[in-house]
Design a protein around this ligand. Structure first.
Ligand code: PMP
Length: 355
């Protein structure tokens, strides 16, 4: 803390991301990365772009990427915004669309970045508790608000919401922007993108970090009515005209062109997830139904933090949140079958030695 800090910075509690350890040879199941790596076509495209072109500025509008996304999702170019990871897209969303008199609503429990953005941009918020079964219920959101944001599937629960339920929220709140953060949508969820045609207050945000395995390239995007996109562009252009570098643009395009690889890897992850969920159940965990590339589970006898520590001692890292209501859960990223097997063996060992 220094007297040079602005009052906003003095009051900030920054987001603490999941650990990115420097150690090698860990089974890293803590930040929901994709175990399979990006499509080989992405690597070729990025390698080809590392040449003379790096001395040139990238396309500030990323038009080629937007055209690829437009074709893929059946929307127009002016219905798309792209940014440096969906975290950056969300930062622009909070600034451009969620700063109103009335508070923003989001679930309690959800992605912990939302309150951080609210702090940064001075947005009031109200946290709406999840149901007893950890679901987001539209009826709980029937209150005046300046916008609603939630992940679908929710994080860290992994529980998905049918598009009909998203639509109910849109019907209930015609005068508020509803932002659906679909970071994990490709692992069995139902995207709200088709609803953007009928609801000008809907913005859907997606990322290439999970199902496209490009967390390191930092590409995210939003799809919605051109008026919403224009608001995001205004903020972006006042901040950084070149949010996506050349490599990110060509890599992202290549990722969307390799549909076969995308389908194959996401199916593999979903199959491993369902197998791992069953194995955890056999080990005495209560496992929430996941439509994401991670599992949220609590052991019915053993303390979650101790289990996480035991796993760490065995070179397996998972995520534990020291947060009310979920501090007895572990969030476990679905790795390869071999990684999941290592996790299950380690858990079996820990549980056999537990009192
Ligand atoms: N939304 C949710 C719900 C997430 O879990 C994450 C990943 N931590 C993000 C957005 C951001 O992902 P990225 O910035 O890598 O696109």
């Amino acid at each position: 803390m220094s007297r040079f800090w602005s009052p906003v910075v003095q009051g900030l509690t920054p987001y603490v991301p999941g650990e990115q350890p420097k150690l090698q040879n860990l089974v890293k199941l803590n930040t929901n990365e994709n175990p399979y790596g990006p499509s080989p076509a992405v690597l070729t495209a990025v390698r080809d772009a590392v040449g003379d072109s790096l001395r040139l500025y990238p396309d500030p509008n990323a038009d080629a990427l937007k055209d690829t996304l437009a074709e893929y999702h059946g929307v127009a170019r002016n219905e798309i915004f792209v940014g440096n990871g969906s975290d950056e897209v969300l930062a622009f969303v909070f600034q451009a669309l969620l700063q109103h008199e009335a508070p923003v609503l989001f679930p309690d429990v959800t992605y912990s970045f939302y309150p951080v953005y609210c702090g940064l941009y001075g947005v009031d918020f109200v946290k709406v508790p999840l149901s007893a079964t950890m679901e987001i219920r539209p009826e709980d959101y029937r209150q005046p608000c300046g916008g609603i944001i939630f992940p679908n599937p929710n994080a860290p629960t992994g529980i998905g919401m049918p598009a009909a339920t998203v639509e109910q929220l849109l019907i209930d709140h015609p005068d508020a922007v509803v932002v659906v953060d679909e970071a994990y949508i490709d692992f069995g969820g139902e995207s709200a993108i088709p609803l953007t045609k009928r609801y000008p207050n809907l913005l859907v945000v997606q990322t290439l970090s999970k199902s496209r395995s490009l967390a390191g390239l930092r590409v995210g995007f939003a799809i919605g009515h051109p008026d919403l996109i224009e608001a995001l562009d205004r903020v972006k252009n006042s901040f950084n005209s070149y949010p996506l570098d050349r490599l990110a643009q060509v890599g992202a395009i290549a990722a969307f062109r390799d549909e076969a690889y995308f389908q194959q890897t996401r199916q593999a992850i979903m199959a491993s997830r369902d197998k791992l969920a069953a194995q955890l159940g056999e080990l005495g965990f209560e496992v929430l139904p996941s439509q994401a590339n991670f599992i949220f589970a609590r052991h019915l006898q053993q303390d979650a933090l101790k289990l996480a520590q035991g796993l760490r001692e065995r070179a397996v890292i998972v995520r534990h949140f020291k947060q009310p209501r979920i501090d007895q859960y572990l969030r476990i990223t679905v790795g390869t079958d071999a990684e999941c097997a290592t996790l299950v063996t380690a858990l079996r060992e820990i549980l056999a030695a537990a009192p």
